[in-house]
Design a protein around this ligand. Structure first.
Ligand code: ADP
Ligand code: G6P
Length: 483
């Protein structure tokens, strides 16, 4: 049994160079945080982009950079600025990301970025081929690398290849608008197993395969002349233990060991004992519904004025893809909305919204998860949403309420949370009211069920299920003779 090669655009760490020295910061995003737990546990090599372009890496630091990555079991694919522009900021994040999240009006169809996407996918495929042995297993991740499976298959026809998509796969009616829809499907079908977070994404994909490529699909198998490809759903879990243990340790810290943020949160709680904290954490991304959430919060304060001076919304937004115009516009919109709502409702002793635009260390995430009474996550579309799961995992006394958009993949497994439609302000305002007033016993009953499920279907189980399904598929497919 060979090693596993994980391949994704983002590595678990991002490198930065300051005054000639290299620093590594943890990557943000569901793919990196989830796969990090899988990677640290076994015999795997992770190939990806370091976060630095060729132009940013001085010749004399190349060796140090490779060594820094090797410490994390990683190896890099080199990308020039022009490649990052076309592949990452271009086709990945101006075409596929908006299209697959149903933001059709944001999707740009530029032939040059498509060409760069192909070229860069080939680079990733070549990096795999260079490192892979025949008995290795290749696990390709996400929408930036959809052509890689086929490109690897061409060079290593018998190797085992799995692909997992961390974002939604849209309905045929949306997907068909992509000029290169055929090539993308063919690229993915280089895999032996293709995994999605939910059954719906899986059905959408199979429907596109049938209607665009005219291939024979039976249940969740796609038949090629010489191979069968299995398509299935594997809802990604979190490292449950890491979050619940961290919360336990955190809750026992003496005051002098607590972070500044935690002390600030405590002070506020002590001064207003019946105050409630609402929390939302996301990358600053238009799919997360942050602007709508702010408008909905304003509506809530107007509809339920009794909560003025009692409820505070903490928004943590992580900077993301800031070279893409839609993200810059969103940043401006969110800044303005926060300013306007705070201006409208603030009193001498109360600011309704605390807004942080930055990445935070893990400890501060735990401060927020454990201190906030309600997590309020309202993506307009989201492949999964791991933040929802992380919040529940940190609630060691099982109190706390999760309000979650039904458009998040996680909603399928989190029925005991309060599910909302992110476009329905009336429902949202009433649900926040319901969450604030929910008796402790009911909170505990709901969280108890959710926690048991999250603990059972954790990220380790997710990876194991995917890998054993891939192995089984490879064994079955090897004995398949064309019909
Ligand atoms: P996405 O993958 O679209 O970013 P998810 O909710 O699935 O959304 O995953 C986000 C991941 O990033 C979570 O694991 C979360 O803990 C992490 N994260 C989110 N915000 C921050 C932050 N400010 N600092 C550090 N990590 C963060
Ligand atoms: C989502 C995507 C990941 C991506 C992450 C962060 O989780 O599915 O592939 O890595 O967002 O985005 P970024 O563009 O910074 O890698």
């Amino acid at each position: 049994m060979g090693k596993t090669i994980i391949i994704s655009n983002r590595l678990p760490i991002q490198l930065q160079i300051h005054n000639g020295s290299i620093t590594a910061i943890p990557s943000v995003g569901g793919l990196a945080t989830g796969m990090k737990s899988v990677h640290s546990g076994g015999d795997s090599l992770w190939i990806g982009w370091s976060g630095l372009t060729d132009e940013e890496i001085p010749e004399e630091l190349v060796g140090d950079i490779d060594a820094a990555l090797a410490k994390h079991g990683s190896s890099k694919v080199n990308l020039s600025q022009q490649e990052v522009d076309g592949f990452y900021y271009g086709f990945s994040n101006r075409t596929v990301w908006p299209l697959f999240h149903y933001f059709l009006e944001y999707a740009e169809f530029e032939i040059d970025s498509w060409e760069t996407y192909k070229k860069v996918n080939q680079k990733f495929a070549d990096a795999i081929v260079e490192k892979a042995a025949d008995d290795d297993t290749i696990w390709v991740h996400d929408y930036q690398l959809m052509l890689v499976p086929q490109m690897v298959r061409e060079k290593l026809p018998n190797i085992s290849i799995g692909f997992f998509l961390h974002i939604p796969f849209p309905s045929f009616e949306i997907f068909r608008t992509l000029p290169w829809r055929k090539e993308v499907l063919e690229g993915l079908l280089g895999s032996d197993l293709i995994g999605f977070h939910t059954y719906d994404y899986e059905r959408h994909f199979l429907s596109s395969v049938r209607r665009i490529l005219g291939l024979d699909v039976s249940f969740n198998d796609v038949y090629l002349e010489d191979r069968i490809i299995k398509v299935d759903s594997f809802p990604m879990g979190i490292d449950y233990k890491k979050f619940s243990e961290a919360a336990k340790v955190h809750n026992q810290l003496p005051p002098e060991k607590q972070s500044e943020l935690q002390q600030r949160l405590n002070n506020h709680k002590q001064s207003t004992p019946d105050a409630k904290f609402l929390l939302s954490i996301d990358r600053l991304d238009y799919t997360k519904g942050i602007a709508k959430r702010l408008n909905a919060f304003e509506y809530f304060l107007t509809k339920y004025p009794q909560y003025k001076e009692k409820v505070r919304l903490i928004i943590l937004a992580v900077p993301s893809r800031s070279n893409v115009p839609q993200y810059q516009l969103l940043k401006r919109e969110v800044d303005e909305l926060v300013g306007r709502i705070n201006g409208e409702f603030s009193t001498v002793s109360w600011t309704p919204i605390w807004y942080f635009y930055r990445s935070m260390p893990f400890e501060n995430l735990i401060d927020l998860y454990t201190s906030c009474d309600i997590a309020w996550l309202t993506p307009i579309r989201d492949g999964m949403n791991l933040v929802a799961k992380e919040y529940v995992a940190t609630r060691t006394d099982k109190t706390g309420v999760l309000i979650l958009s039904e458009m998040a993949g996680a909603a399928n497994e989190m029925n005991e949370s309060l599910l909302i439609n992110p476009n329905n302000f009336e429902q949202i305002a009433d649900t926040i009211h319901q969450a604030i007033e929910m008796p402790i016993e009911e909170q505990q009953e709901r969280n108890d069920i959710l926690q048991k499920r999250l603990e059972r279907y954790n990220v380790e189980r997710w990876a194991k299920d995917f890998m054993s399904s891939l192995k089984e598929q490879k064994d079955n497919s090897s004995s398949y003779v064309s019909r």
